[in-house]
Design a protein. Sequence first.
Lengths: 293, 320
Amino acid sequence: MTTAAVLQAVILSLTVAALYAAVAAGLTLTVGVTRIINFAHGEFVMLGAFLTYGLHTRWGVSPWLGMAASGVALGLLSALVYRLFLARVLKQDEHNQLLATLGLSILLLNIAVILWSPDPRVMQAPALMPPLRLGAVTVPGNNVAVALVGLLLFLAMLWIKNHTRYGTQMRFASDDPELALHAGINVDRVFELSFVIGGAAAGVSGGLVALVLYVQPSVGVDLVIRAFAIIALGGLGNIPGALMGAAILALVEGLVSTFVPQGGSWGFGVAFLLLLLVLVVRPSGLFGKQVQA
Amino acid sequence: MNALVLRLGFYAAIAAPFVAVALAEHAFLVQVAIGIAVSAILALAWDILSRTGQVSLGHAAFFGMGGYGSALLTPVLGPVLGWTAGLLLCGAVAVLLGAVTLRLRRLYFTIATLSFSLSIQVFILVTPDLTGGSTGIMPPVLAGGSPPHQLLFITGCLVAAAVVSDVFLGARFRPAFFMIRNNPHLAAASGVPVTRLKILAFAVSGMVAGLAGACYAGLYGYVIPDDVFTTNWNVLPLAVTILGGMDTTLGPVVGAVALRLLEEVARHVVGGVGYQVVYGAVIILFIVGMPAGLVGFARGLLRRRKAPARSDGAKARLAS
């Protein structure tokens, strides 16, 4: 194995990491605020991918525009889902919340299967950006675009959480919902908002998925499981931690798949073994606040 | 004495429909009943663990290990010892997992169990000589491959799982388990051995889940990793138990029947592809309308009929 091959694998893994980080940043924002393990986040990403794909294939809409449209559409859908369903689940036990979002995920996944069939498809679009040459390594244009938009999305989540009025309210409401309520914060509204922002991020991430992965109904399941691993690695609600977690997961997965003989299907499992070990040593993730259980 | 007769009657009532189907030898119904019994055993395993507040999303790991363990050990040790050793293996691994996840809270615990179930596949794939790798294994077929006899055997396993579940709902464990779930600090301060009981629950849960997997693996004499170590088996016990009713022995059994009936109806109405859309819809309706599950809902109805005047007390308890 040559240095160039290693470098190639590392750089491609890092562009994938940007996609993971984008999915996980939206998720850790909502999970960090509402404490609901939202498995349907993956299906929001999947719907965003189908929307971007459909807009481009049907009407030739540029994927840039498709991404933005997906963000808006999934933000609205999140608001609807929150009002009709999740708001009622917030007060229930943890296992019921878990099953509720799993149910939502199964519902959306199978609606997609019925509407569009389970077959994978590829979006035939010209590369959004020129390829990037780094010495001996060439990064395909779409991977450059994914890395760029993924990082921007990630920074947007960070900015919303740390530098806006809503972000302050979100942090307050997640630390102590009752106290926040007494301080005059509309906690329900803040929760809804965090869902809408997370959903919009999922929609845009879906557009990125359409650029570099197969568009298929099951794409969200794999992504959301990885996103939860990333969140656990980085620490719940910790957005910078999510970026590190994404990089670690993508690198481990990418390197194992590339360099272990017949390791194509191992990467996923090895990454989760690593996560399990990290949690054993640090129960709140690598970068999470260590709180006594 | 009276209580014992009641208990035995309860187990007989659980077993009766399964035995009736086995005796009728209706090929399709026998397959359906086998599927129901296997999911019910797995769901009972999940419920036992959840009573200590440990919400697992990784029971496919024990399900698969039970299947693989019994399949690989039976040719070496014979059926009785082979199954026993296979289940003990599940119990031992469950103790280890229980010990390392003790400190994990809520989301971290759930993710850790999920990660565990996802990484087991790697072990299978790196040990092709021992476990057959991705091509799978051929376990000895249960009961000579006769489905009605298989159903009778699996019904016996279901009753055994129900007895185990009832032991942990009895006076000896129930208060301690529920105290651990509601407030582990208070439980520890009251002298409840929290660590020991949480790990005990894990061991028992892992072994019962392994039993379900051993039954499943013996059905057709052929198992691949993708068959048993899938997220399907992680989600199924959660759905079955919550729809049926948690913290009961009847709940998981009722839930398994209800979910299977639903599946058959959905296959008929929606067709082969995407029929699971009905699962999603029903789960959502249940969580909103019947959060305590079928058994919890029925109990609530009975209680309301018995003592309509005391409903204020119940409300006060809910509010606290």
